[in-house]
Write a protein that binds this ligand. Sequence first.
Ligand code: NAP
Length: 286
Amino acid sequence: MTARIIDGTAVAKKVRDEVALGVERLVAAGGAAPGLATVLIGEDPASEVYVRNKRRLSAAAGMQDLHRHLPGDVDQETAAALVDELAADPAVSGILLQLPTPGHLDSDALLARIPAEKDVDGLTVLNAGRLAQGRAALRPCTPAGVMTLLEEYDVPLSGAEAVVVGRSVLVGKPMAQLLLGANATVTMAHSRTRDLAEVCRRADVLVVAAGIPGLVGADGIKPGATVIDVGIHRGEDGLHGDVDFDAVAEVAGAITPVPGGVGPMTIAMLLANTLTAARVQQGIEG
Ligand code: NAP
């Protein structure tokens, strides 16, 4: 293997330590510890694990755990009323609605009730619009985490060819906006892209978020490229990404592993967003 491994576990720890220090400073400056309200609806086991980790790591960073759980058969009005209650509560700095919500609920309508300044997942239309216009906004956590990894590893972005595979609202679209904001020349690929490998080979920086295990192989890599694998797939032999790691690591210059790459960054950026939200709401730089 020739590629340098981008260690998301280490960078995420560094970000969480910085957040914990920021929380200490905020409190020392007379502010309140940031409050994170995770909202879990139903009993989906994967969502339970994600929410548990978010609660554990936010508490470890000194934040208030303001978690709320609703039964899976809750109606839209009751769920909306909870979001409204959290929106109005000054102790709540950030609201995270764990997705997916049960199928009978309109999650977009619930997200729309989260005030932009408490939208620590960066998923409201207002924050997406601010990002698209290059304005200050709370950024979606996974793409923000990718940008932090690229920064930590001094990956040049200005003028670089960046290719993003996937155009979801959660990852692909905000990822492309962030890379564009960093002056990369951005191409977006998706399921209708003709000759994906040919498009990927243009990339100095390739971000793959397609949700298909091993979608990108060595033939999609420019020698020396930086490859960021957002995909997460649970197989019998552990976790895998959207990139054929072993083959791609022979051609790329740097690569994120799965696990231990982008995954740990997502929660770290959630904590960073929650601290930012608390500082803005309390008017204290900390
Ligand atoms: P998603 O909403 O399913 O979107 C997948 C995107 O990939 C779509 O835009 C789709 O294109 C595109 N795509 C599908 N097949 C393709 C193909 N053969 N060639 C090129 N593009 C293709 O998924 P997502 O939420 O963005 O998540 C993507 C992956 O990242 C998943 O594995 C997910 O588990 C993982 N993820 C990881 C984290 C983390 O913290 N590490 C966070 C979020 C997501 P169309 O638009 O044309 O359908």
